[in-house]
Design a protein around this ligand. Structure first.
Ligand code: GDD
Ligand code: MN
Length: 354
């Protein structure tokens, strides 16, 4: 005999949601009447006894429980929950009824034609009921940050929604950069370029019972998440810009504060920026491509920039000794010419037309 597989699994992370769990399960059950479904509650050892209440209700509703030792964060709870899911589709939602269970039907209706269906606050018909102005502003600001830093999020109105449906493999296969964070949907979106994403409107309700767990820690982990998942070319550009500051800062210190001659200050400034750029690119931009020995990459990095570096140094020296007698300005000129040299070499030599 084959065990029947539910069509949809609903993953609900909980931390101190005992007061909400009865109504949640009953409304999900109503919303999905006639559909084969299961609910997977992932509870992080809530002190209020959420897990015990879920166990009691498991004779009444098709609900499984995952119990974790302590509060380990929302995204990781969802990942742990999905491991127990057997439905083709997984719905992720909060337990506190701010995500109305009735919307699940709408998500499911669109499941066949989309990879991900987002319950969206920011499409026509959606909204936030009783969001105080400050949370509205933070939410919109955070959404814009995502749009700027995560290109795949640009075609989505509500990439930070915590309420969505996805094919099970999409969540299972997600490599989550910040498991303690809140925004697993954004992680999934950022990892695929060709997803068909649909949005259905819903109104985010105000919380009647229990308390929000969104605090400073979650906001910080959101910033960390953005810094991790933004594309590597953005990171590379940011690192390059920081290198300019390091370069000029060192020259300023050596030439102006310590009166070291420009031909020495300049080369030390250049080397400091190379070290700076290498370290950040190694730790951040290309952290997933660190194969082999670090010193060997360090050496290769120097080789790859040698022409631009020589151009930079030469121009800085000529500008200083023949023209300006101004260390910072000469170095800045050198940096600009070095940048152009690197660009031209890349274009005309490395990436030249055959
Ligand atoms: N297991 C577990 N572990 N559950 C958690 C944890 C945790 O560390 N932290 C929070 N939860 C559960 C809560 O019990 C609730 O069911 C759900 O995750 C959301 O937590 P809230 O604290 O109510 O979040 P919120 O209302 O401020 O924000 C939610 O709504 C936003 C708008 O849709 C989240 O879902 C956001 O991701 C979402 O953007
Ligand atoms: Mn909530």
């Amino acid at each position: 005999m084959t065990v029947p597989r539910p069509i949809v699994s609903v993953v609900v992370p909980t931390y101190n949601e005992r007061e909400n769990i009865d109504e949640l399960l009953s409304r999900i059950n109503e919303s999905l009447s006639g559909v084969d479904y299961e609910v997977v509650v992932v509870d992080d050892n809530s002190p209020d006894g959420t897990a015990e209440r879920v166990m009691e209700l498991s004779s009444k509703y098709p609900v499984k429980l995952v119990r974790r030792a302590g509060k380990l964060g929302l995204s990781s709870a969802i990942l742990d929950g999905v491991k127990l899911c057997s439905g083709d589709y997984v719905v992720v939602m909060d337990a506190d009824l701010q995500h109305p269970p009735e919307v699940i039907k709408e998500l499911l209706r669109n499941a066949g034609r989309c990879d991900i269906v987002i319950a969206s606050r920011y499409v026509r018909g959606g909204g936030t009921a009783g969001f105080p102005l400050i949370r509205r502003v933070i939410s919109l600001g955070a959404t814009y940050m995502a749009r700027i830093l995560v290109p795949q999020a640009r075609r989505v109105k509500d990439p930070l929604s915590g309420f969505f449906l996805a094919r099970r493999e999409l969540i299972e296969g997600a490599e989550v950069a910040v498991p303690s964070g809140y925004k697993i949907l954004l992680e999934i979106i950022s990892q695929h370029d060709n997803l068909k994403i649909c949005e259905v409107p819903y109104v985010f309700q105000s919380r009647i019972r229990g308390e929000s767990k969104l605090g400073k820690k979650e906001i910080l982990s959101y910033v960390r998440q953005l810094l991790m998942i933004m594309p590597d070319y953005y990171k590379f550009a940011v690192v390059g810009a920081s290198g300019v500051f390091v370069n000029l800062g060192v020259v300023w210190l050596l030439a102006y504060m310590l009166s070291i001659p420009h031909f020495i200050a300049s080369i030390i400034g250049i080397e400091a920026s190379l070290i700076n750029n290498f370290v950040w690119n190694d730790l951040w931009t290309f952290r997933k491509r660190r194969f082999g020995k670090r010193w060997w990459r360090f050496l290769k990095y120097h080789v790859s920039t040698v022409v631009g570096t020589l151009a930079q140094y030469t121009v800085s020296q000529l500008a200083y000794y023949l023209l300006l007698k101004e260390s910072l300005l000469s170095q800045a000129l050198g940096i600009i010419v070095g940048f152009i040299a690197n660009y031209l070499i890349s274009k005309k030599y490395v990436w030249k037309k055959p």
